[in-house]
Design a protein around this ligand. Structure first.
Ligand code: FAD
Ligand code: NAP
Length: 543
């Protein structure tokens, strides 16, 4: 919602402006303050937390264990905070982020209810001007886009929605008031991670739940449980080493290790494979697809893990027809972010839950009473849209970003995103993107990737200030080489085979580009460190 302009119409000037007060923006503010820079965060919400502020839907929780999905930059903070569960729920994560904001006194430099609509670079002055929806202007030498990869939810545009007589919600912009599903007929549209987390919880209360599924997804059990005090104590006693292992790992967290991880799934016999998959399934979480070393590169190997999950679905879901509908067959397992669930498949055994296959009978539109497909009309009281995000590029492109000479990011990225390291964009000096396309970001424990970017950017800015550099800009040659590298790494895997949001396939007309860097967070960290050690190789620095 647009805020009234504040009384002063004067342009306010800072050393640095950060857009976004999620995990990225908050830590960025903390680091830039420590450098003595005057810094302001602009945030469209009325509170901190980003993802965990917006996604308050029932069942929302992290898919990385909380001992890992938490900041590592402050040893004191690590010791002070104790998570109640293996995978904390949204409210607890939001409470944690608020605690961090208070503990480091961050709020005084955050302007809430402030949506940035444009960011323009001025070549002569070598500074950025950011304009807000309410018409204010802020100027700074540095502009840090901490917008998040999943902060631009897809707005439902089903014909007829405006005439629906009931309530409707979207998971990515959930209201702050409680939604009461008791005694209500409910429809959930979408079966990605958000749908899969919310469906079992809504089903417990609803009179009847209709799940509208277009494409089934692979989901593995979380086996969530109260935090084990002995484990917490063990991790806290050696947190620094634990975090360091995460930082140098492939995905930013450690999966259960076994000798099979060094082998191909096709090297071992089927009994060994089953045993390995069962062990990981029973442990819960993402470990399943780390069972062998070629599950992400060899279709035949991948099919063994996919078949294992298919069998689990057939085992859990009592109605064989429903089970077959829930089995994903259109993409290799792991090439869309795995969903980590609590009782997802078992929910379809409930009498009050129906699965509607909208691949076979697509949604035609919304009627005053509910949802109409090509086959039937489903009367409901509440509609829940869990239909995803314009991921990675969406939050950036929703802002009118113009770089050197007035070039528009929307034009420069018309064929898909191009960045150097996922941190900088040629033609857009002194602008940094936290977890931008071309970095591991969404393929990782994101907080690890966020901290690495924030630390790299703040060290870069410190260097620029010490060396009195007026302007830093990625060179086109370095950017081209980086884009080639990211593409080549992606092509060596099975990821591009999936119609996922990683390739923009969920947004009509979005160029199909595999956006994340797939080489692993440890390797990526080294590559970024080398660039810095070489005096910011691949960047042009102007004093
Ligand atoms: P965000 O948290 O998205 O924050 C960006 C902020 O920028 C938002 O507050 C937004 O309001 C603000 N903003 C955007 N545009 C503008 C603008 N134009 N003007 C002003 N403000 C703006 N990752 C994991 O690793 N593990 C998980 O378990 C996990 N679970 C997730 C669950 C959900 C439901 C979703 C959607 C994502 C999840 N993620 C998870 C990814 C998650 O987004 C990151 O882990 C992390 O929270 C991102 O932090 P961020 O600060 O970079 O971005
Ligand atoms: P998503 O994975 O993109 O899933 C969106 C779902 O909506 C898909 O099933 C999609 O079907 C369906 N859909 C979209 N438009 C539709 C239409 N017009 N008609 C019918 N169905 C439609 O989005 P998400 O579930 O919000 O998850 C996005 C990402 O956020 C996740 O991959 C994950 O990284 C993160 N996340 C994490 C967690 C967690 O476990 N901690 C929870 C939520 C989100 P199609 O596949 O057919 O397009």
């Amino acid at each position: 919602m647009a805020r009234e302009p504040r009384e002063t119409s004067a342009v306010q000037t800072f050393d640095a402006l950060i857009v976004g007060a999620g995990l990225s923006g908050l830590y960025m503010l903390h680091r830039l303050r420590a450098l003595g820079l005057s810094t302001l965060v602009l945030e469209q919400a009325d509170g901190v937390g980003g993802t965990w502020y917006w996604n308050r839907y029932p069942g929302a929780r992290c898919d990385i264990e909380s001992l890992d999905y938490s900041y590592s930059f402050s040893p004191e903070l690590e010791q002070e905070w104790t998570w109640s569960q293996r995978y904390a729920e949204q409210a607890e994560i939001l409470e944690y982020i608020n605690y961090v904001a208070d503990r480091f006194d961050l709020r005084r430099d955050i302007l809430f209810n402030t949506r940035v609509v444009s960011a323009h670079y001025n070549d002569a002055a070598a500074h950025w001007t950011l304009a807000t929806e309410a018409g204010e202007q802020f100027v700074a030498k540095y502009c840090i886009m901490a917008l998040g990869c999943l902060s631009a939810p897809q707005t439902p545009n089903f014909p007829g929605l405006e005439q629906f007589r009931g309530e409707w919600y979207q998971t990515g912009a959930w209201p702050h008031h409680p939604v009461d599903f008791r005694g209500k007929r409910v429809a959930v549209v979408g079966t990605g991670s958000s749908g899969i987390q919310s469906i079992p919880v809504i089903a417990r209360d609803a009179e009847h739940l209709y799940v509208f599924q277009r494409t089934p997804n692979f989901s593995v059990p979380a086996h969530n449980r109260p935090a084990d005090p002995a484990e917490v104590q063990r991790v806290k006693a050696h947190y620094a080493q634990h975090r360091e292992r995460n930082r140098t790992s492939h995905s930013g967290f450690l999966v259960p290790r076994s000798p099979n991880m060094e082998r191909s799934a096709l090297e071992v016999d089927s009994a060994t494979r089953e045993q390995e998959y069962w062990w990981r399934w029973n442990n819960g979480g993402f470990g399943l697809t780390s069972a062998f070393n070629d599950l992400y590169s060899n279709l035949e190997a991948n099919a063994t893990a996919a078949a294992f999950v298919h069998d689990r679905i057939r085992e859990i879901v009592r109605d064989p027809q429903v089970a077959e509908l829930l089995i994903p067959r259109d993409h290799p397992i792991g090439t869309k972010r795995l969903c980590v669930d609590t009782d997802y498949y078992a929910t379809y055994n409930r009498e009050n839950v129906s699965l509607v296959n909208v691949r076979a009978t697509p949604i035609v539109g919304i009627t005053p009473a509910g949802i109409r497909t090509t086959a039937a009309e489903y009367a409901v009281d509440i509609l829940v849209f869990a239909i995803g995000f314009d991921a990675m590029t969406g939050p950036l492109l929703r802002i009118d970003i113009r770089g050197s000479g007035g070039i528009a990011l929307r034009d420069v990225w018309a064929g898909g995103p191009r960045t150097y390291l996922g941190i900088a964009i040629a033609g857009f000096p002194n602008m940094f993107t936290i977890t931008g396309p071309g970095s591991p970001s969404v393929l990782s424990n994101m907080i690890i990737s966020i901290e690495q970017h924030v630390e790299w950017v703040s060290e870069c800015i410190e260097y620029l200030e010490e060396h009195q550099v007026r302007k830093i800009e990625a060179t086109v040659a370095a950017q081209d080489a980086w884009v080639d590298r990211v593409n080549q790494l992606g092509e060596e895997t099975l990821y591009p085979l999936a119609n996922s949001w990683y390739v923009g396939a969920n947004i009509p007309g979005k160029p199909r580009v595999f956006m994340p860097y797939v080489g692993g967070v440890g390797t990526y960290r080294e590559e970024c460190a080398t660039v810095a050690e070489q005096g910011y190789a691949g960047f042009a620095l102007t004093t």
